[in-house]
Design a protein around this ligand. Sequence first.
Ligand SMILES: NC(=O)c1ccc[n+]([C@@H]2O[C@H](COP(=O)([O-])OP(=O)(O)OC[C@H]3O[C@@H](n4cnc5c(N)ncnc54)[C@H](O)[C@@H]3O)[C@@H](O)[C@H]2O)c1
Length: 328
Amino acid sequence: MKILVTGTAGFIGFNLASRLLREGDEICGVDNFNDYYDVSLKEARNRQLEKNAAFRVRRVDLADMEALKKVFGEFEPDVVVNLAAQAGVRYSIDHPEVYMESNMVGFLNILECCRHAKKMPRLLYASSSSVYGGIKEMPFREDMCVDTPISLYAASKKSNELMAHCYTHLYGMQTIGFRFFTVYGPWGRPDMAAWLFADAMAEGRAIKVFNYGNMYRDFTYIDDIVDGLVRCIRSTTLPAYDVFNIGNHRSERLLDMIEIIAHEMGIASLDDVKMEMLPMQDGDVPKSFASVEKLNKAVGYEPTTPISVGMPKFVAWYKDWKAGKFTV
Ligand SMILES: NC(=O)c1ccc[n+]([C@@H]2O[C@H](COP(=O)([O-])OP(=O)(O)OC[C@H]3O[C@@H](n4cnc5c(N)ncnc54)[C@H](O)[C@@H]3O)[C@@H](O)[C@H]2O)c1
């Protein structure tokens, strides 16, 4: 298939594109390589992808409609997977404007380019578990009311789901959204907890632990995420419009995750980890827990990786990265 993946210099986009290239698809990546985090990591991911002749990249901003139109016109994708966005709940508190530009204007441009394409592609796109906001009932199910986001990031993702619904209704475009739950693994993100903890431990600094450690996350290993996405890309039975949770269906204690990372970083026990205990941050939630029944019924999605297996894989990759294994 010809698949246009946005955000291929990013964590999930890179891992998805790698798998699709291995399976023989032709991939056009779109990314603006912004400096939200270390650009050399984005360039390193891109270099890996460019080793495959079936991959091409376009350094384009989603907010640049003319440039995006050109990419669609040249490539004529069968499927579009929109993963490029400004991610991160905390950053949205101080930088709201970036979320409007990349996540709202950018997403509208993706919808418009799909709509006006010679042959309308199917659209899969990233939403987020953050749309569940402060809901207390667990696990989170797709039929719960998510009309009360508590960060602008969550509001932008919920808006994407609404915008997609309009385009399906008005133009018959297939749009499938994914509410990702705390994704981690090799080639991960330096602004997320696993990486921040590993960095602090490597440098002997204290890690910041919010809500005084009383946090639970549905941590989802990247290969499980990619497996779910690929199943949907290949599926011919999905409805015209839908939104799915894509998580692990295991809500794990943050302190257990810290203990695993510490062990892999050579720290004997949790008692030896330096921690700065802090209150809850604005926009954040104490617990996430995904029901994955709906995606399981639709495409047979079955995540298999607990943090006891996935976190050591992340740390092994992190050590290689820090040792400069991927810099040339
Ligand atoms: N990683 C997670 O745990 C998680 C959880 C929920 C939702 N998501 C969503 O999944 C998607 C992928 O996340 P990720 O973890 O790979 O993040 P990432 O930041 O690593 O990747 C996003 C990529 O998009 C690019 N990008 C950002 N704005 C752009 C723009 N305007 N034009 C072109 N490129 C742009 C960035 O340069 C980056 O390479 C995002 O939509 C994110 O909001 C991720």
